[in-house]
Design a protein around this ligand. Structure first.
Ligand code: HSE
Length: 337
């Protein structure tokens, strides 16, 4: 049995959801792959849990839900996540702090500290990937560790690993799809139930799918970040957020959705990169029977490839447990070989 010591940095919806998933799937994963995932540290804004002999991940999840994580017997007030990452005897860092597309921080420093202390990184955090992809990739390579981020694009929907493995003989020519569950949820509910924008936005926040700052979702920023990650990671481009043309969904009225529907269309926030041109995010009319016309919190992506033609995948684009599926998949991939 291979024991893997994990640090979870950022214990919000995603980080605590991963802890729960690790606890629930620990036996399944050890039986199937011979890998034992043990959480040995949790980093939060105001302190850390450090426990070299292992943390009961489900207990930590429950404490977090009750707002009493700092009552854990191994809680250390004021210890920074950077110090935890540098000092802990761990193999891998799950970086799940909120996305910040201006500086990438604190995630960027967390990831650099992990690489420079020879720890692999698995992340759902789009900020550092959007602004410093090449730097992170090179630092991971220089230190001989892996950097995986399936969860950063499309939640549970497989994209990066699909291209990396199943489509590895293909050149990816263009990408288009719905990459933000919150916008899709809002547009779907406004269209099918006739509900006002503010109401469905707060529903999305209650579901835990919206970003900490929901303007990232509704202004199209989150979709653009995911496109930038795809451009760099699978199209081999070298672009950042400022290279994208971005329009969000805040100007879409219930009336426009109704008109579109009467004509057989839905309005969707579509991200696309055609023939290596600028990433573009904008609302578009999509025929109701088109493969991209998926509803609710679903994401969908169509990849045009040279050998396989068009490949379209869909899946839950947000949500703690769904995103954990991609994070666990990345963790297993690192250690399965
Ligand atoms: N806020 C994002 C979404 C979460 O709604 O898709 C997943 O990246």
């Amino acid at each position: 049995m291979k024991k893997v010591r994990i640090l979870i940095i950022g214990f919000g919806v995603i980080g605590s959801g991963v802890a729960r998933a690790i606890s629930e799937k620990r036996e399944f994963i050890s039986d199937k792959y011979g890998i034992d995932f043990e959480v040995v540290g949790i980093g939060e804004r105001d302190g850390c849990i450090v426990c070299p002999e292992g943390i009961d991940a489900m207990e930590a999840y429950k404490l977090k839900q009750d707002g009493t994580l700092n009552k854990h017997p191994c809680w250390k007030d004021g210890v920074s996540s950077i110090d935890l990452i540098k000092g802990a005897n761990a193999d891998i860092v799950i970086e799940a702090t909120p996305t910040n597309i201006n500086s990438g921080e604190p995630g960027l420093s967390h990831m650099m500290a992990a690489f420079n202390t020879k720890k692999h990184v698995v992340t759902s955090n789009k900020g550092p990937l959007t602004i410093a992809f090449q730097k992170l990739k090179k630092t991971a390579e220089k230190n001989g560790v892996q950097f995986r981020f399936e969860a950063a694009v499309g939640g549970a929907m497989p994209v990066l690993n699909l291209v990396r493995e199943t489509l590895q003989a293909n050149e990816i020519l263009s990408i288009e799809g719905i990459l933000n569950g919150t916008c899709n949820y809002i547009l779907t509910r406004m269209s099918t139930e006739g509900l006002p924008y503010e109401h469905v936005l707060s529903e999305a926040q209650e579901l835990g799918i919206a970003e900490a700052d929901p303007t990232y979702d509704v202004d199209g920023i989150d979709t653009a970040c995911k496109l930038v990650i795809l451009a760099n990671a699978i199209l081999g481009m070298n672009v950042s957020y400022k290279d994208a043309d971005v329009t969000g969904i805040t100007q879409i009225s219930p009336g426009a959705l109704k008109l579109a529907s009467d004509d057989g269309y839905v309005i969707k926030l579509i991200g696309e990169i055609k023939d290596r041109n600028r990433p573009r995010v904008a609302p578009r009319l999509v025929p109701k029977d088109h493969p991209l016309a998926v509803g609710g919190t679903l994401n969908v992506i169509s990849l045009r490839t040279d050998l396989a033609g068009e490949i379209t995948v869909t899946g839950k684009g947000a949500g703690a447990i769904e995103t954990s599926s991609s994070i666990l998949s990345d963790l297993i991939s690192i250690y399965k070989a």
